[in-house]
Design a binder for this molecule. Structure first.
Ligand code: GLN
Length: 295
């Protein structure tokens, strides 16, 4: 049990620490809302300060310990609170999954706008927290979604998210590499969507400490030039996706030319299009299968 004044003082101090560490002080309030159960309004008005007693689900000592991990160890806030907002979802996250980024939300809109076949089977390859699979499940209410990941730990999180959102029966989860678990659906997928690892290996150490020290490298590392996984998806998709089906990925700034060249050179793709994210950076490539693989 603590007083409103104590919490107010804790918050003032945490805001100063945030500023000194070049972390947005707004994170302190998100922290308090998510972990201490405070409501945004009383935080904004500061009205909690006048309360004699606050019943918090976490002790001040625990709160301080977690906040130190944020400031000192640069653990992303989302891993400390265990949740990340994405589209209209509140997703569970752990260090086993990449924290879903706001720009990836756009990928769902692009696919939904381009899609001529909202039924059938859709795959989210490298699903991580399940964000894209969940986005597809809501965008295409009549489709079956396949969420694939190499990491069994990540799939557990994705499953938990689907269950929590009542979408558990719409998504099938399989552990494996890219299309491998979908062999029985060869030539039948309506579309493949992926946010694959695409960061060049030697760039990873230069990313923010939150990313390079805490997010799973399995979800970031795209090999020497960052394009290893994307190349694999270009080569393999025509075996699994049906004629006219969709191929859609997220990529890094500066990769658009290389990715569209890979698709053109492969010769089995048409309607190759690049889309910017909300910051205006070329971020997504959409194409459709014009010729299926002959085996
Ligand atoms: N967008 C992530 C980042 O900025 C990388 C995600 C990925 O490699 N797919 O770090």
């Amino acid at each position: 049990m603590i007083s409103g004044l104590q919490l107010w003082q804790w918050r003032e101090r945490a805001r100063e620490e945030a500023q000194a560490a070049e972390i947005s002080p707004a994170e302190v309030d998100w922290f308090l809302v998510t972990l201490a159960g405070l409501d945004r309004l009383s935080l904004r008005l500061g009205s909690f300060r006048d309360q004699d007693r606050l019943e918090l689900p976490i002790s001040l000592a625990e709160l301080t310990q977690k906040w130190q991990q944020r400031i000192r160890d640069r653990v992303p806030l989302q891993y400390l609170t265990g949740t990340a907002p994405w589209r209209h979802f509140e997703l569970a996250v752990s260090p086993a999954v990449l924290i879903p980024r706001p720009e990836t939300e756009e990928l769902i809109e692009i696919v939904a706008a381009a899609c001529e076949d909202p039924q059938g089977h859709w795959a989210d390859l490298g699903t991580g927290s399940g964000a894209i699979a969940l986005g597809l499940a809501t965008a295409f209410p009549a489709a079956t979604i396949h969420a694939i990941d190499r990491s069994a730990e990540a799939l557990e999180i994705a499953r938990e998210n689907a269950r929590n959102l009542g979408l558990g029966d719409r998504i099938r989860f399989d552990c494996g590499d890219w299309f491998a678990p979908l062999d029985s659906l060869s030539g039948q997928l309506s579309g493949m969507v992926s946010n694959p690892p695409y960061i060049p290996r030697n760039v990873i150490p230069q990313l923010q400490p939150e990313v390079c020290r805490h997010e799973p490298h399995l979800a970031l590392d795209g090999g020497e030039d960052g394009l290893d996984c994307i190349r694999h998806l270009v080569v393999t998709a025509p075996t699994y996706v049906r004629l006219g089906g969709i191929w859609a990925i997220e990529m890094m700034a500066g990769q658009a030319e290389a990715v569209t060249a890979l698709l053109r050179q492969d010769g089995r793709y048409e309607k190759i299009q690049v889309f910017p994210d909300l910051a205006g950076i070329d971020r997504f490539v959409l194409a459709s299968i014009s010729q299926v693989a002959v085996s």
